[in-house]
Design a protein around this ligand. Sequence first.
Ligand code: ATP
Length: 512
Amino acid sequence: MANTQDKFKQVISHAKEYGYIFGSSEIYDGLSAVYDYGQNGVELKNNIKDYWWKSMTQLHQNIVGLDAAILMHPKTWKASGHVDAFNDPLIDNKDSKKRYRADVLIEDYVEKLEQKAQKEISKAKKRFGDKFDEEQFVSTHPRVVKYRKQSKEILERLAKSLTEEKLADVKALIEELDIACPASGSRNWTDVKQFNLMFGTKLGASAESASDLYLRPETAQGIFVNFANVQKTGRMKIPFGIAQIGKAFRNEIVARQFIFRQREFEQMEMQFFVKPGEELKWFDYWKAQRQKWHDSLGLGKENYRFHDHEKLAHYANAATDIEFDFPFGFKELEGIHSRTDFDLKAHEELSGKKLQFYDHEEGESYTPYVIETSIGLDRMFLAVFSAALQDEELEDGSSRTVLKLPSILAPVKAAVLPLLKRDGLPEIAEKIVEDLKWDFNIAYDEKDAVGRRYRRQDAAGTPFCITVDHDTKDDNTVTIRHRDTMEQKRVKIENLKQILTEELSYKKWLSA
Ligand code: ATP
């Protein structure tokens, strides 16, 4: 546990130290759960966006893009169900005045039970060594059986109370479990209330004429309301998709875990419109496609798992989460949902406008079904960044911190380093930068000994270092050093562009 917490702290401090992520408005002590992306962060973020965008739109003839506004007609959120049902149950502690998500307090309690069970298991593992049969142990050891049974009962009761909107029972459960406020230790709780996660705002100058709006809590609705516009003007035939990257806002009650859960974040969503009856085939297709996309980045298959939903949202007929092993454990990174015709039908009803597709071959109109793939850009950033950050012991006994970002996503692709700050070496290095900068993001660094510069670039995530030394003057060659293997090769200056082009080709990465 301490280990994973240490790793998480290291991720946060490294992200700040190397100009990836800063707290928002830090000079005023920050704004909770809002973050700014620094000079390297913005490049990494843009590269992730590009990698997703190209795989969706450029590699699929039948998927086009869209950039809808953040502000939308308020009826949008009535139709989508967000006004009535986009809620979390909250509870306040009267002594500490701290606010919590009631379901999270209960889930944290269950997590503690699980930790107790795990403690028993690891104690027994040590005691029995090779002879330890974990399956038998967890099914017979009285305390472990008790903890697991209790957890199951608590979670079932919570799910039932929430589904049936019995908030008094959620409070009763908190009281029965004797859950205390983590800040004050007090058990003096208010009633549980539903809290809508949408941020409200006003459109218009004068208070009387202004109308109430929301900042969008998801980008998907911008796609649904533009379904007919895109279908007609793009002469799109079913099946086809619309992809969008954009900001979304949620007034999360408890926003911890760095950029994993923010109040302002970005989503990369694609809605794929299909013929009713064919949705489950396409659901499987997109599950496989999205897994392939993740695999192509090489973050490690063991860091991913699918979690199929047993309890489906009212509009869905299949749903799965792609979970990633973040520094705080496996959590949702991306959702893939079969949303039926719920959204298009709801907008059709409330707007009175037809949102259907006329199928010329069949000679009939129908409301398409929808498969959605929705990934949080910031969560993908955190996945890539935390998997990449590694401490390595080297053969000579020293150690290094290295950020092994996939080179296709790395902010700076290569750093050009003159070995010394004299003898005409900086001039040659600058000329190399001048030549490569049109195609790649290149850095120039001449400060400190070259070994220290290598370490600095390793920690910043730069995949290649190009070093100019005295031999360069004689034979026009430089060394190119690979961040991950630290291997150095001597190559001709005139071949550098070709080498980088091959290493950083979208084709090479996306078809991997
Ligand atoms: P969670 O259960 O973690 O709150 P969710 O199921 O509400 O997530 P969706 O509504 O399915 O999330 O949104 C799609 C994606 O948007 C998620 O898979 C996640 O990557 C991202 N996302 C959702 N909420 C946030 C947030 N507060 N901060 C950052 N990313 C988010």
